[in-house]
Design a protein around this ligand. Structure first.
Ligand SMILES: Nc1nc2c(ncn2[C@@H]2O[C@H](COP(=O)(O)OP(=O)(O)OP(=O)(O)O)[C@@H](O)[C@H]2O)c(=O)[nH]1
Ligand SMILES: [Mg+2]
Length: 245
């Protein structure tokens, strides 16, 4: 009995979250913004990847990507402060005791974003989720694509042990490749384990330290934005801030 109640509660929770995510996505679509949800276990390198990505984007003389960040952390603004140094809009969301962002929290973040900045001047919102390899994959926030990071320090077996994250990912970044010479890690085994569950994800081995893989990663990001721009409805010139929360 107790178990049935919990299952029903869980389904209702996910259903309500999904409705909110669809609502957020409709706003992103209306504004022609691509939203990418970036997820991994704590410390896999999400913020460092974002730092290097923003550095590359903002150094472009005529930036092809105008990015903003929604930064999810349980308690601090440490990561948000790191990213603010790149001069892009950064909205920090503290989730408190929750181990993931949900669509309602991101709606609140979006509300703040579009009141402080003009959404027509943003074409990419990068969401850094709370460090956790399980829950963030279950709760959509309105993203168009999910990016999972797996550091080579975490072991080859993680895609098998935490399958949902790797099944859901559109792009997998295998991070900290510069550490490979010092570890007994088989990167081909990681890729094979991911492929068992997800034959289609783009897989990019990457090092924020050496820069390996960043060109491919930036091309993937730009392709996502270009895809969305080509799909933007012609009526979307008007921006509506209504009904965000
Ligand atoms: N050697 C090496 N270290 C890295 C690389 N990327 C990240 N790190 C280190 O890994 C640690 C964690 O990096 P973060 O970017 O803060 O990780 P995160 O996923 O944002 O962590 P949370 O936000 O706490 O979940 C830091 O000490 C980074 O310097 C890399 O490519 N190579
Ligand atoms: Mg971080």
């Amino acid at each position: 009995m107790h178990q049935t109640f919990d299952a029903a509660l869980g389904i209702n929770l996910l259903h309500a979250n999904q409705e909110g995510a669809d609502h957020n996505r409709a706003h992103f679509d209306e504004w022609g913004i691509t939203c990418i949800n970036i997820m991994s276990s704590p410390g896999a390198g999400k913020t460092v990847v974002l730092e290097r990505t923003l550095a590359a984007i903002t150094q472009d003389l005529s930036p092809s990507l105008k990015a903003a960040v929604i930064e999810g952390d349980m308690t601090t603004e440490l990561d948000a402060d790191r990213l603010r140094q790149y001069g892009v809009p950064v909205i920090a969301i503290n989730t408190g005791r929750s181990c993931h962002l949900d669509s309602k929290m991101v709606a609140g973040g979006l509300h703040r974003l579009v009141h402080e900045f003009n959404p027509s001047e943003i074409d990419l919102v990068l969401v850094e989720n709370v460090g956790n390899l399980v829950c963030p994959a279950e709760f959509e926030v309105g993203e168009h694509a999910k990016v999972a990071l797996l550091s080579i320090t975490e072991g080859e077996d993680k895609p098998l042990k935490y399958p949902v994250m790797f099944q859901e990912a559109d792009c997998l970044l295998i991070t900290k490749m510069d550490l490979a010479p010092y570890l007994e890690i088989d990167v081909d085994r990681i890729i094979a384990n991911v492929r068992q569950m997800n034959p289609h994800a783009t897989i990019i081995p990457l090092s924020a330290k050496s820069g390996e893989g960043f060109e491919t990663w930036l091309s993937w990001l730009k392709a996502q934005v270009n895809l969305r721009k080509s799909q933007k409805p012609s009526t979307s010139a008007q921006t509506s801030h209504e009904g965000l929360i």
